[in-house]
Write a protein that binds this ligand. Structure first.
Ligand code: NAP
Length: 495
C-alpha cells in the first residue's frame, strides 16, 4: 500500500502514505480530521489512554476552565454556538473535543491504550514500538503529544508520610472528600488559582502555600445569554467575527507586550496592579501578594475570583517556606504545623519533554536523547534535522503563551500538510529540516528572546535548564506568515 501509486480517474498521480499520529488530544483529533479531508485514510492515531481529549481528559480539578475565550478556543471549522461562558469550563471543552471527534469519525482511526515507546527510522520508514514490540511501520509520523502532560511533583521531604489524601492537580482524586475538610494547596500558578477560587467555600480551612506571588489579570466570566447563543446558532459568521476580533485584539496587545512593547506591557501591569489594589484590603496581605518581577514573566494568570477567595475567613495565604510533610500536615520553616486532610500539589508540568519519554531514533542511528541533551530545538517548531518525515505539532518554540493553542496547531498542521504533499506528489520521499536552516532559525529565536519579558528574571516552566524560554519571541502575525507555506529550500528533499 505504502509504495503504491494512487490512481485518480485512471491517471497515475500521487503516492499514498501510511501515517502514524501520536496522541489523541486537541492536535491529534485535528490531524485525524485534516488527513481525511486530504484524502489520506491509511493512518492510525496512537493514544496512550482509553479516551480522547489530552489535557482536557487528564485535568479534572474543580474550577478547571480555559483562560482563552471560548470563541477563540475552537477549531476554525467547528465553531460552537453553545459555549456556556466567555471562558468555558474544562468539562465542556472535553465534551466539545469528543463531539467534534465523533462528527468527523476520528475514533475509527484511533488505537487506544497504545503508548508508543520507541520510533526508529530505518530504510526510509518509521518503525513504531510499544514495549519492545514493533506494532507499525509507517512513512510519516506526526507527533501530537502536547506540551503540559508530565506532572512535576515537588521535591518536598516526607510527602509519602502524609496520612491524608495527596495528589497532583492533574491526577485529581475524586474520591477524596473536600467538604468541611482542611485542604492545603501547594503552588500559585493558573491551576492553583482556579482550584482555590472554586473550593474555598467547601473547605473547613484552606491553606495556599505560595512560594512566589503572581500577577493576576482581572477578567469577568459572564455566561452567554440564550439570545446571544441564538445569534451564534443562526449567524455563524458572528462567531467567526468574534474570533477574528479577539485574535486581533490579543495579538496587538498582550502578544506584543511579552515580546518587548513596553507601552503595552505597562497596560498589562497597571491592570494587574489595580486589580490587587482594588480587591485586597489588608496591606500586609497585599504586600505578600505583590510580585517582585515583571508581569507576564511567568504565564499571566487570568482570574476574577482569586483575591476574593483568598480573603475568605477560612482561607490563609502561607508564605513561610515549606519544610516538610508530616502525617498530620505540612510543616513550614517557621516551625508551624499546618494540619491538613487533603494536600493538592498544583506544582505544574515539565513543558520541555514534548514526545519524550518515547525514544526517537533518526537516520543513521541518531538519538533524540543526544540531539536534545542541551536544548529542545527544532526547525520552525515542526521538524528536527536527522529525523526525516517526522513532524511535530506544538513543538519547541510554538507560541504557547496565552494564545489559543488550537489556532497554533491548525496553522502548523497546514504547513505540515504541504510538506506531506511533497511526499505524495513524488517530489520527495524523505523530507528533513536542513541543519543550517535550523541553526539560523534558532539563532534568530535566541537573539529575539533578549527583548522578551520571559528573560527578565523570574522562574517559570517556560525556561529550560539553561534559562532559554520555550516560547515564540516574534509577533503572532509573523508566526502566521511563517506557517503559511514551507520554504522548501530549508529542507533536504530526497526523492
Ligand atoms: P505552574 O504555572 O508551573 O505553577 C506551579 C506552581 O507550583 C508555582 O506557583 C510554583 O512556585 C509552585 N511550586 C512548584 N514546586 C514547588 C515546591 N517545591 N514548593 C512550593 N511551590 C512549588 O503550573 P500550573 O498552575 O499547573 O500551570 C501550568 C500551565 O498550565 C499554565 O502556565 C498554563 O499554561 C496551563 N494552564 C492553563 C490554564 C488555563 O486556564 N488555560 C489553567 C491551568 C493551567 P514558583 O512560582 O515559585 O515556581
Amino acid at each position: 500500500m505504502n509504495e503504491q501509486l494512487n490512481s485518480d480517474a485512471g491517471r497515475t498521480t500521487r503516492r499514498s502514505p501510511r501515517i502514524a499520529v501520536i496522541g489523541g488530544g486537541m492536535s491529534g483529533i485535528l490531524t485525524a480530521i485534516k488527513l481525511q479531508a486530504a484524502g489520506i485514510t491509511d493512518f492510525t492515531v496512537y493514544e496512550k489512554a482509553d479516551r480522547l481529549g489530552g489535557t482536557w481528559r487528564e485535568n479534572t480539578y474543580p474550577g478547571l476552565s480555559c483562560d482563552v475565550p471560548s470563541h477563540m478556543y475552537r477549531y476554525s471549522f467547528a465553531p460552537n454556538a453553545e459555549w456556556s461562558h466567555r471562558f468555558s469550563p474544562g468539562a465542556e471543552i472535553q465534551a466539545y473535543f469528543e463531539s467534534v471527534a465523533k462528527q468527523y469519525n476520528v475514533e475509527s482511526f484511533v488505537s487506544f491504550n497504545s503508548e508508543i515507546t520507541r520510533a526508529a527510522y530505518r530504510d526510509g520508514k518509521w518503525h513504531l514500538e510499544i514495549g519492545g514490540e514493533e506494532i507499525d511501520v509507517v512513512d510519516i509520523v506526526i507527533s501530537a503529544t502536547g506540551v503540559l502532560h508530565h506532572p512535576v511533583y515537588p521535591d518536598i521531604a516526607g510527602l509519602d508520610d502524609f496520612a491524608g489524601a495527596v495528589f497532583h492537580s492533574a491526577r485529581w482524586n475524586h474520591e477524596a472528600p473536600l467538604d468541611g475538610k482542611r485542604i492545603g494547596i501547594v503552588g500559585t500558578g493558573s491551576t492553583a488559582v482556579q482550584i482555590t477560587a472554586d473550593i474555598v467555600h467547601r473547605a473547613k480551612h484552606l491553606s495556599l502555600f505560595q512560594r512566589t506571588a503572581q500577577w493576576i489579570f482581572p477578567q469577568e466570566n459572564p455566561a452567554f445569554s440564550e439570545q446571544e447563543k441564538e445569534v451564534f446558532r443562526h449567524q455563524p459568521q458572528a462567531m467567526d467575527d468574534l474570533h477574528a476580533s479577539l485574535t486581533r485584539l490579543f495579538a496587538d496587545t498582550f502578544g506584543r507586550a511579552v515580546i518587548g512593547d513596553k507601552a503595552q506591557m505597562q497596560r498589562v501591569e497597571d491592570a494587574c496592579l489595580a486589580n490587587l489594589e482594588d480587591n485586597v484590603r489588608d496591606p500586609e496581605l497585599k504586600a505578600r501578594l505583590t510580585p517582585d518581577y515583571q508581569a507576564a514573566c511567568k504565564r499571566l494568570i487570568v482570574s476574577d475570583g482569586f483575591y476574593e477567595a483568598i480573603q475568605q475567613p477560612n482561607a490563609e495565604l502561607v508564605t513561610a517556606p515549606i519544610e516538610r510533610v508530616e502525617a498530620a500536615g505540612l510543616r513550614t520553616g517557621d516551625g508551624r504545623l499546618h494540619e491538613l486532610d487533603v494536600l493538592v500539589l498544583a506544582t505544574g508540568f515539565d513543558g520541555h519533554s514534548f514526545m519524550r519519554p518515547m525514544a526517537l531514533i533518526g537516520k543513521d542511528g541518531v538519538d533524540l536523547k543526544d540531539v536534545w541533551a542541551e536544548a529542545t530545538q527544532a526547525h520552525r517548531s515542526i521538524a528536527i534535522p536527522g529525523f526525516p518525515n517526522f513532524f511535530m505539532l506544538v513543538g519547541p518554540n510554538s507560541p504557547i503563551g496565552n494564545f489559543s493553542l488550537i489556532d497554533i496547531s491548525e496553522r502548523q498542521l497546514g504547513y505540515i500538510m504541504q510538506l506531506i504533499e511533497s511526499w505524495r506528489s513524488g517530489a520527495a520521499r524523505e523530507i528533513s529540516a536542513r541543519q543550517d536552516a535550523t541553526d539560523r532559525f534558532n539563532a534568530a529565536l535566541k537573539e529575539a528572546m533578549k527583548d522578551t519579558v520571559w528573560v527578565t528574571g523570574c522562574q517559570s516552566w517556560y525556561l529550560d535548564k539553561n534559562g532559554n524560554p520555550a516560547m515564540w519571541p516574534f509577533t503572532f502575525d509573523r508566526f502566521c506568515e511563517d506557517m503559511a507555506a514551507p520554504n522548501l529550500e530549508e529542507y533536504d528533499l530526497v526523492s
